[in-house]
Design a protein around this ligand. Sequence first.
Ligand code: AKG
Ligand code: MN
Length: 194
Amino acid sequence: MIPTDLLLPDADIRYQPDFMRPADADALLAELLHAVTWRQDRIRLFGKEHPIPRLQAFQADAGIGYTYSGLRMNAAPWLPALLPLKQKLEALCDRPFNALLLNLYRDGQDAMGWHADNEPELGQNPLIASVSLGAPRRFRLRHSASRDTHALTLEHGSLLLMAGPTQHHWQHCLPRTKRCQHPRINLTFRLIHV
Ligand SMILES: O=C(O)CCC(=O)C(=O)O
Ligand SMILES: [Mn+2]
């Protein structure tokens, strides 16, 4: 199966719920939960520091750094367990990825606010390959001009691709939910231009 186009205007967003085999997704989730050095980063908002509501890590090729929401992330080397997935995505997308942002949402109280992945180092029309593991969570999209919204559930082992003009016109977020008691890991493979 290939990822299905969501057919949203001003966007190129594709989704494949069963991108990974369930056993591979289970094994990778377990490995990442224990092998990644998860960090609790803090962010300054309106002059005040807050812990961000999730844990994070950043892995990349040597020499790659990333400034994310004003936060400089220094790269750890790629975890070997992630290399087969990275190679599978590079073959599917026909381009290299040199960086990976990892987010751990410990339960439904962890979340990510509205944003676009539009940092200058991602280039003009970035391709973001987003793999989800663990608890299914709602993912919302909002068109900046029309305020139209769209939502989908990102399943365990799924792949979401955002490409073309998507980041110019749409923001996305992962809302809090009372219903979810289980962890979820999201992996966004990116190409950072140096
Ligand atoms: O957790 C998700 O599905 C979204 C993550 C995200 O938007 C990001 O890392 O930029
Ligand atoms: Mn994002």
